[in-house]
Structures are given as structure tokens and as C-alpha cells.
Design a protein around this ligand. Structure first.
Ligand SMILES: *Cc1c(COP(=O)(O)O)cnc(C)c1O
Length: 425
């Protein structure tokens, strides 16, 4: 890097530092353009994106079909609010509910808003359908969860950074260890339980993948104790883990099939965000069947931008891409290949402890203490070598490229990753 180009990137970083709140700690790289699996920085250097905006850009950067849908709608009608009907929302709701096989959808914008919506629906269902006494509803959540940043959501986080000095906290949550069926059953036996909110794979916590039938047994237990099974698939859903949803289990079909009947842990409430728009626009959604969703009546919940025509057009285009380009199958095949190749390397080294994940949501654990800078330093070196990834917690690096990646591109990425890791042996 010449002095000139260094100062160019630094200029943008300084602007953010001076004028923006310091609520993130980004990797020092300033991006100005993206296409498919690639992004380019302000100096024109090309990188493979191995974060995909936390799995929002599953369809690849600036996918032409999604951008076209957005442009076309942006020039026609952008926002009416829900005070009036618009000619896109109904089509979108029909499309989305058929795609995911639920009776109804409640459209929102960000992931955290959709989680909040799911919590409100579950509580209302508990009071009106299950007969829980007013103000007593409880929702079971897991340790080390990540569901967003609102006051209620951080109330049941156990990340000190996310919680400290943001109290008083919203009550009504029971925390159990992740991947612990016994603890779940015990919690479900408490009174006034409305539901169980879970990430099918804990992404932010470091891509923790539960045992194979944890989702199914959780769903069955929720049924047994008449509580709602609520899946936060904001990061894991929409092809990322090699199924349409992570709760589809071992089935990689695009819709329902016989095999799926055996593996699908169908949620009572499904929460989607991120890749629902392919990263083009903030679009989130909560899906449920009538007996649950119908507890919400006019005036009881809403959002000015939720279900706007641009969001509707963008989300339909984004979901078409998932089907047309067979992203589910691609994520599954490339994910298996990626873990196999990284495992071959792990056998030869002490630098990396393990690789874990599903589909193209994976992470490696670096052989160092949790508070070491090694994972961060590896990410800096990966950047120098043309690949962008970010540590999650301490010594864990998440690898989540866009799902439009080809085998040849992935081979190049694997060699960049292994070459970089070897520099740390
Ligand atoms: C990203 C994420 C959220 C929050 O989404 P935002 O759009 O950032 O509010 C919630 N749950 C999970 C599992 C996520 O990965």
C-alpha cells in the first residue's frame, strides 16, 4: 500500500471516528463496491466477502434481479404506510406464506423488530389462548443467545457488553443452557410459559450447532406442554445452512416433501430477516398460522415502513433468486466440501482446534485463549490476502460467504485461508 492510498482509506475511517457513535469495532477496510461474492475497497483492491453482512447477502452483492426489482418499484411507489392498501403487499404476503407454508405473515423491517413482534404475539397468545394470568407470561430463551439490540431483547442476553448499564430490564424470560433437552423440559413445566425462542444454530455466539435432533425434540416438547416453538432464523434461514430453513433438518428441498415431514421441526412462529432482501433493503417478517397470528388485531402492533412496496418487491425477487440459482443445494454441497478441506488442514496443525457449522455457516476455533488477539490478527492477514472475515467471540472466526459462490472460487478461498493460517503456525 502506498502512503497515498493508505491515507485515502484512513480518511474515511477518521470521518466515522469523529462523527459516528463508536458502537462498532470494524475491521480496518473501507469498501465502495460489491458484485456477487466480491467486494472492492476505495483503492480498488478486490476481496472475497466471507461475512456476507452476517448472512444478509446470501444472494451475492448487488444481484441484478434484486436491484432491478428495487429500482422499478422505487420509481413507482415507495411508501404508503399501512393507513392505506398498496398493490404489492397482498401479492408479497401470498408469495411469502406459500413459500414458507404458513397461513399468515406480519411484515417488519429489521431483525430485532421481528423478534420483538414474535415476543408480543407469543405473550398475547398465552393470555388469550392458553389462559395465562395477565402479566405472568414467560418465554424460555437460551444462554449466549443473540436476538438483536432492543431493550427487551438485551434483557435476556448474557453478553455483558450488550447489557451493562442499559437496565432496568424487561422481565418474563427464563434462561436455559443451549442444546439441553432436559433443561428445556424442566423449564416448560414451570407455570405460565408462552413459548421457547431459539436460534437453530447460534451464529453470533460462534456458530454453535446443536445435536441433530435438538430442534425436533424441542418442537415436540413445546407441543407436549402447549407452548409456542419460536425459531429465530434471521441468520440461519433462507438457504444459508443448506436447507430452506435450519429447522428443515436433513432435507434440502425448496418446499415441502415427504422426507421433510420426518426432519422438519416446524415452528409455531418463524422469524426471518437479513437474506429476506438479499441485503438490498431492511426487510423482516414473522410467520405463523391463523390460530396464533389472529391474536393481533388492528391498532395492536405495526410499523410505518413494515410491508412497504419496495420491501415487498425486493423480498419476492430475493426469494426467487434462492430458487432459480439453487442456493440451498449449493450451500449444502460447498459447505460439506469446505469443512472437509479445512479438517484436512487441521490434522496437520496446532493453530486451529476445529471447524464447525452447517451449509455455508461455519466457524473455526483458533488455538489460543479467549482474550487473545490471534483471531483478530488472522482476520487482518486474511484481509491482506484478499478475504474478509471477522472474529465472533474471542478466538472464533466465522466464515459465511455469499451462497452464489462457485466451487472454483471456494477452492481459491480455501487456499487463501490455509495459506494465512500457516503464517500463524
Ligand atoms: C442479526 C440477527 C438479529 C437482529 O437483526 P437486526 O436486523 O440486526 O436487528 C436477530 N437474531 C439473529 C439470530 C440475528 O442473526
Amino acid at each position: 500500500m502506498s502512503v497515498d492510498t493508505q491515507s485515502k482509506a484512513q480518511h474515511y475511517i477518521d470521518l466515522e471516528d469523529q462523527h459516528g457513535a463508536h458502537n462498532y469495532h470494524p475491521l480496518p477496510v473501507v469498501l465502495e463496491r460489491g458484485k456477487g461474492v466480491y467486494v472492492w475497497d476505495v483503492d480498488g483492491k478486490q476481496y472475497y466477502d466471507f461475512l456476507s453482512a452476517y448472512s444478509a447477502v446470501n444472494q451475492g452483492h448487488c444481484h441484478p434481479a434484486i436491484v432491478n426489482a428495487m429500482n422499478e418499484q422505487a420509481q413507482t411507489l415507495t411508501l404508503t404506510s399501512r393507513a392505506f392498501h398498496n398493490d404489492k403487499l397482498g401479492w408479497y404476503e401470498k408469495y411469502l406464506t406459500e413459500y414458507f407454508q404458513f397461513d399468515k405473515v406480519l411484515p417488519m423491517n429489521t431483525g430485532a423488530e421481528a423478534v420483538e413482534t414474535a415476543i408480543k404475539i407469543a405473550r398475547k397468545w398465552a393470555y388469550e389462548k392458553k389462559g395465562v394470568a395477565e402479566h405472568e407470561a414467560k418465554i424460555i430463551v437460551c444462554e449466549n443467545n443473540f436476538h438483536g439490540r432492543t431493550t427487551t431483547i438485551i434483557s435476556f442476553s448474557n453478553d455483558e457488553g450488550a447489557r451493562k448499564n442499559f437496565g432496568p430490564y424487561t422481565p418474563g424470560f427464563i434462561k436455559i443452557p443451549y442444546n439441553d433437552t432436559e433443561a428445556l423440559e424442566k423449564a416448560l413445566q414451570e407455570e405460565n410459559v408462552a413459548g421457547f425462542l431459539i436460534e437453530p444454530i447460534q451464529g453470533e455466539a460462534g456458530v454453535f450447532t446443536p445435536h441433530d435432533d435438538f430442534m425436533r425434540s424441542s418442537r415436540d416438547l413445546c407441543k407436549k406442554y402447549h407452548a409456542l416453538f419460536i425459531a429465530d432464523e434471521i441468520q440461519t434461514g433462507i438457504a444459508r445452512t443448506g436447507g430452506l430453513l435450519a429447522v428443515c433438518g436433513d432435507c434440502n428441498c425448496e418446499a415441502h416433501c415427504e422426507r421433510q415431514e420426518k426432519t422438519y421441526a416446524r415452528p409455531d412462529i418463524l422469524i426471518l430477516g437479513k437474506a429476506l432482501s438479499g441485503g438490498a433493503y431492511p426487510v423482516s417478517a414473522v410467520l405463523a398460522d391463523n390460530e396464533v397470528m389472529n391474536v393481533i388485531q388492528p391498532g395492536q402492533h405495526g410499523s410505518t415502513f413494515g410491508g412497504n412496496p419496495v420491501a415487498a418487491a425486493v423480498a419476492m425477487a430475493a426469494l426467487e433468486v434462492v430458487k432459480d440459482e439453487h442456493l440451498i443445494q449449493n450451500a449444502r454441497v460447498l459447505g460439506n466440501y469446505f469443512r472437509a478441506e479445512i479438517n484436512k488442514y487441521i490434522e496437520t496443525t496446532d493453530t486451529v482446534v476445529l471447524v464447525r457449522g452447517k451449509g455455508l455457516l461455519n466457524a473455526i476455533v483458533i488455538n489460543d485463549t479467549e482474550d487473545s488477539k490471534t483471531a483478530w490478527n488472522i482476520c487482518l492477514r486474511l484481509r491482506d490476502n484478499g478475504l474478509l472475515a471477522k472474529p465472533t467471540h474471542g478466538n472464533i472466526i466465522r466464515f459465511a460467504p455469499p451462497l452464489v459462490m462457485t466451487k472454483d472460487q471456494l477452492d481459491e478461498c480455501i487456499s487463501i485461508i490455509i495459506k494465512t493460517l500457516k503464517e500463524f503456525e
